[in-house]
Design a protein around this ligand. Structure first.
Ligand SMILES: *Cc1c(COP(=O)(O)O)cnc(C)c1O
Length: 431
């Protein structure tokens, strides 16, 4: 690792006095009131007014009939996938996953929580490559995937970093093949596609209240649906699948996935601030966009059909401006070159001065755990006979964005002065 303190390119730069975060929680005060209410009234378990209230508020905000409050976004994804799995394949015998042996199409460049629940249910994720215009699932690759695997009936699709994917096209392709969609809107709460909010497009969709999301309950998640029966079923599953009987009566497998009324209190205080947070995140994105305009980099893209929530600002370095770099499984090397840089150098420079960035989500098809799983690009089978590592960047878009991109400090409490310093540090990387 370079010593940025003795590197003359960084002369005069001092570390931030308080760390500049990627995206940290921002409390406003109302959270305390609703948590205190729960404690004073003794409603601290998985029943209470905060839960009822956040379910109502979230459903209203997104524009869906029902929101079911759950312990995490991952739990919501698990139950969304199970719900769709049962619609497609029926109820499995106890001890068997509903997707056992079934292939499921999934976003490739995403957080692994999007796809792991497919495996909880015994399914086999087939990874669909990323498109350059939104950094989300490529509809052309999805069409290829249906050519290769016409039997698939379920698609799990995420909206990355707060930018909606081309969900209308994806939905149309799904319809044509009789497939259902589980929509992962964990990162895109409040973002809209053609003026409809993300979270409205799946048979079941999910949101997350994880600590670094745009609003947070410290944890928590939601499953969104327009079907009352589905909402009731998921609520029942999430509370150990108790039947309506005087004792603990069970006909189905249960889960302990319900949201606590304390977490719901934090979320109840946060949800009214969603729009304010989006405004702050958008201002951060725009400041980076103009501050970095003279460098050989581009911001994470979005189209005219989208209104992102700008959760994370990201950049991608032009190919010509990439210094030589290699990444192994757990470490990275690069060669310093004037007028060039790479994500590793920028992330190390930011870290040296106490600012937090992050690499782009490493695509699932490059993860050791999923290395044997199929991967489909717009050109067809991305694994083919060649190794994905040596496939040219034009056919493996996710690997290319991972290689050249990074997430910038995007905390809504970052001051303009701090952000200008971040921009300055990035400039010096290209000296
Ligand atoms: C955060 C996140 C999740 C998981 O949410 P948790 O609430 O942390 O379980 C799922 N998918 C994506 C894309 C995420 O970013």
């Amino acid at each position: 690792m370079n010593n940025f303190f003795t590197d003359p390119r960084f002369d005069g730069i001092k570390p931030f006095e308080s760390k500049v975060w990627l995206s940290s929680p921002t409390m406003h005060g109302d959270e305390q009131k609703w948590v205190d209410d729960a404690i004073q009234t003794n409603w601290v378990s998985t029943v209470g007014e905060n839960i009822d209230e956040v379910e109502k508020q979230v459903a209203e905000k997104v524009g869906r009939k029902f929101a079911v409050a759950l312990s995490t976004g991952t739990a919501a994804l698990h139950l969304a996938i199970k719900l769709c799995g049962e619609k497609l394949y029926g109820k499995p015998a106890v001890g068997h996953g509903v997707l056992e042996g079934k292939r499921v199409f999934a976003s490739d460049m995403t957080f692994d929580a999007t796809v792991n629940p497919i495996c909880y249910e015994g399914g086999i994720p087939v990874f669909i490559d990323t498109e350059r215009d939104t950094w989300n699932m490529d509809p052309a690759a999805l069409m290829q995937a249906f050519e290769l695997y016409p039997d698939v009936r379920l698609i799990v699709v995420a909206h990355l970093y707060g930018t909606p994917g081309k969900i209308d096209v994806i939905k149309e392709i799904a319809c044509r093949h009789g497939a259902l969609i589980v929509e992962d809107a964990a990162e895109s709460f409040g973002a809209a596609y053609q003026h409809v909010q993300t979270g409205c497009f799946g048979t079941a969709s999910i949101l997350s209240g994880n600590g670094n999301k745009i609003v947070t309950g410290s944890g928590g998640g939601f499953l969104l649906t327009d079907d009352r029966e589905d909402a009731d079923k998921v609520r029942k599953w999430s509370t150990q699948s108790r039947e309506n009987a005087p004792w603990y009566q069970h006909e189905e497998l249960g889960y302990n996935y319900r949201m606590s009324n304390l977490i719901a209190g934090v979320l109840r205080g946060q949800i009214p601030y969603l729009e304010e947070h989006i405004g702050q995140k958008k201002a951060i994105y725009k400041r980076y966009q103009s501050g970095l305009a003279d460098l050989p980099v581009k911001m994470n893209p979005y189209g005219v059909e989208s209104i992102p929530n700008f959760w994370l600002s990201c950049l991608i370095i032009d190919e010509e401006a990439m210094c030589e770099t290699v990444r192994g499984e757990t470490d990275a090397l690069y060669l310093r070159e004037s007028k060039k840089s790479c994500p590793t150098e920028i992330l190390e420079a930011l870290a040296a001065f106490s600012a937090e960035g992050r690499p782009i989500w490493k695509p699932m098809h490059l993860q050791p755990i999923y290395r044997t799983h199929p991967f489909v690009t717009a050109q067809g089978n991305g694994r083919g006979s060649t190794n994905a590592y040596i496939a040219s960047s034009s056919i493996d878009v996710g690997a290319d964005i991972f290689r050249r991109g990074l997430c910038l400090p995007s905390d809504n409490k970052m001051t303009p002065e701090q952000q200008d310093m971040v921009i300055d540090i990035i400039h010096r990387c290209f000296l």
